[in-house]
Design a binder for this molecule. Structure first.
Ligand SMILES: Nc1nc2c(ncn2[C@@H]2O[C@H](COP(=O)(O)OP(=O)(O)OP(=O)(O)O)[C@@H](O)[C@H]2O)c(=O)[nH]1
Ligand SMILES: [Mg+2]
Length: 289
């Protein structure tokens, strides 16, 4: 019998490449939030996938991007640190998009550290961008997957396992993530806000669960604050007569109930917290750094 393998698998790529969708598909559970908007993921999330003979510790990362805010800098730092610390790297490239210098730079960095890198084309269920050279320049092989249909995922998983070091399992086999439940709950609310609110507003929004009362086994009472930076944003999130915040709650609640496996009472409040996205310590408290 071959030796047990285990290690950290970094999921890297541009915003919107399909990183979180792939993680959820592999785990068979929704761990990471997914939206059509770029820059959805704000922090590394460890997703643990245990199979006979191997344990894969997937780290979903925010998309690499530009911009001067402390939030953006914190996001990019997490990407680089994850890339430098992993055992196998997946470089996700949207097959409906393009290959660029950002991909090439990341690939060169990983190769310089001798990290095994698998280049993975995503969204293969959609038609490929006509100008895309595939496999990309400098790559002999590349994978193609669809996290939506599941196509190509088994082949990819086999290749990942082959690249992992020999090691006993590093986490209990029934563990799914290193993230606390209340953080996952906050993320569900953030996803709902992303989907409900339009334009840039979601990027100025943070969610913090401030109360999580499990004293009644059949009904968990949760209170979460939606933090915005300005009074005008607060008005938009609340909406006319409270209509918007109500919609955010209605959309988030079933997802949270699925996550917790109980009925949930969800109370949402909007609070102004100027400059939350610019304060490194606050980003840490919120779990975004
Ligand atoms: N058709 C199709 N759409 C996909 C697939 N994978 C992801 N998407 C869509 O692409 C969008 C972005 O997916 P995410 O998983 O949030 O992308 P991400 O790379 O995690 O994005 P950030 O967290 O913003 O960096 C969503 O609308 C997904 O539904 C796929 O295999 N096929
Ligand atoms: Mg994501």
């Amino acid at each position: 019998m071959s030796a047990h393998r285990a290690g950290v698998v970094a999921i890297l790529g541009r915003p919107n490449a399909g990183k979180s969708t792939l993680l959820n598909r592999i785990l068979g559970e929704k761990l990471a939030i997914v939206t059509p908007k770029p820059q959805t993921t704000r922090s590394r999330i460890l997703g643990i996938h245990t199979v006979p003979g191997a344990q894969l510790l997937f780290v979903d990362t925010p998309g690499l991007h530009h911009g001067g805010k402390a939030l953006n800098a914190a996001l990019n730092e997490q990407v680089v640190e994850t890339a430098d610390d992993c055992d196998v790297a997946l470089l996700l490239v949207d097959l409906t998009g393009s290959w660029g210098d950002d991909h090439a730079t990341l690939l060169a960095r990983l190769r310089a550290r001798s990290t095994p890198v698998l280049v993975v084309g995503t969204k293969s269920d959609r038609s490929r961008a006509p100008g895309l050279a595939w496999p990309p320049p400098g790559c002999d092989t590349a994978f193609e997957i669809s996290a939506r249909t599941g196509s190509g995922i088994d082949v990819l998983l086999e290749a990942i396992v082959a690249g992992l070091p020999e090691s006993p399992p590093l986490y209990p086999e029934d563990e799914l993530s290193d993230r606390p439940l209340r953080w996952l709950v906050a993320e569900e609310v953030r996803e709902s806000a992303f989907e409900t609110l339009s334009q840039e507003l979601p990027y100025s929004l943070a969610v913090e669960v401030v109360e999580f009362d499990e004293s009644q086994p059949e009904l968990v009472r949760i209170r979460a604050n939606l933090l915005v930076e300005r009074a005008s944003q607060k008005q938009i999130v609340i909406g006319r007569g409270g209509e918007m915040i109500k919609r955010i709650g209605v959309r988030a609640r079933p997802a949270i109930e699925r996550l917790l496996g109980t009925r949930v009472h969800l109370a949402l409040w909007v609070k102004i917290e100027p400059r939350w996205s610019k304060r490194p310590q606050r980003l840490k408290d919120l779990g975004y750094a």
